[in-house]
Design a protein around this ligand. Structure first.
Ligand code: NAP
Length: 310
């Protein structure tokens, strides 16, 4: 069993920021990075709205931002372990038990920044065609749809941003939205409406993904008229929101009815010495900037709490 001062679970913007701050406070943090360093920003094509990181020659990408954050954390002494947490026990208080696939740890304090994952539609065919036409990441898979016709499901910022990105490759991008009003921000809406490759189909939901080896069509239903249609298509990109990666924390920390970890304004969870930051506890803002801010706050509170115990 290895003993640590601070374990940070997750390596998105909140986790890497908490790592920078706790490392600079000489706490020698261990980051259990999960399956993807950087979390969701590692899958983000362009980062236009994170202050201080923009330039007018080329819009920076998510992986570029992750790389800088990781280097900065490691420069100050954070250690990254490429592993996933499978179990925690916070019931006896500090030190806390944390188990990964590979190791067992005891940690004086824990900062949970395990983030969120894309939601699935839950329709027939969706699971069968993941990686064969169904995708949750335009940045990762857009390249495979060069000259092809794709649909994007959803009407939020992600659907619009990824839909615009997909026009770099695809011949056409058809946005299917269940209402007739978009949820995404006005600036993105304008860019999408102005893009000649993007069309919108309103009041429409996907009922089934069909194909033979790869996706060939989606069956859709108009929620107002009930009319069914089969739309021949090469790819289905789904952007309908996220769910928090908090399954391993069930019964360990207080959560809301959607599984988001409950924190107070000091990023404290229901267990003293366990903090949470980023999308695992924030269903409202979900921005790189807000996750970074929450990571700072969690790290500072964690450091203060540890120093009162010494
Ligand atoms: P979101 O804002 O929750 O939007 C999800 C979209 O999917 C909504 O349009 C929703 O429809 C639709 N939807 C949900 N469940 C559905 C279902 N079962 N079938 C069909 N459609 C469904 O999620 P998001 O777009 O991932 O954005 C999440 C957060 O990240 C937001 O705060 C957003 O501002 C932020 N974000 C920001 C940027 C940026 O600033 N550049 C980029 C990406 C994301 P309804 O509208 O009818 O609910």
């Amino acid at each position: 069993m290895e003993r640590e001062k601070v374990i940070i679970i997750g390596s998105g913007p909140a986790g890497l920021t908490a790592a920078i701050y706790t490392a600079r406070a000489s706490l020698n943090p261990l980051v259990i990075a999960g399956s993807q360093i950087g979390g969701q920003i590692a899958l983000t094509a362009e980062v236009e709205n994170y202050p201080g990181f923009w330039n007018d020659e080329k819009t920076p990408t998510g992986p570029e931002l992750v790389e800088v954050m990781q280097k900065q954390a490691e420069h100050f002494g954070a250690r990254l372990e490429y592993d996933e947490v499978v179990e925690v026990d916070f019931s006896k208080g500090s030190p806390f038990y944390v188990k990964t696939y590979g190791k067992e740890y005891m940690a004086d304090a824990v900062i949970v920044t395990a983030g969120a994952s894309p939601r699935r539609l839950g329709v027939p065919g969706e699971e069968d065609f993941i990686g064969r036409g169904v995708s949750y990441c335009g940045t990762c898979d857009g390249f495979f749809f060069r000259g092809k016709d794709v649909v994007v499901v959803g009407g939020g910022d992600s659907a619009l941003e990824e839909g615009i990105f997909l026009t770099k490759f695809a011949n056409s991008v058809q946005v299917l939205h269940r209402r007739e009003e978009l949820r995404g921000g006005v600036a993105l809406q304008k860019r999408a409406f102005d893009n000649e490759k993007i069309s919108f189909t309103w009041n429409t939901v996907v009922e089934e993904v069909v194909g033979n080896g790869t996706v060939q069509a989606v069956k859709t239903r108009n929620v107002k008229t009930g009319e069914m249609a089969e739309r021949p298509i090469d790819g289905v990109f789904i952007f309908i929101g996220h769910y928090p990666n908090s399954k391993f924390l069930e019964g360990r920390l207080e959560m809301d009815e959607h599984g988001y970890v409950i924190t107070d304004e000091l990023m404290r969870t229901s267990v003293e010495g366990v903090y949470a930051a980023g999308e695992i506890q924030d269903a409202t803002y979900r921005q790189i900037g807000t996750s970074v801010g929450q990571g700072v706050a969690a790290a500072m509170q964690c450091e203060r709490w540890l120093s009162t115990r010494e």
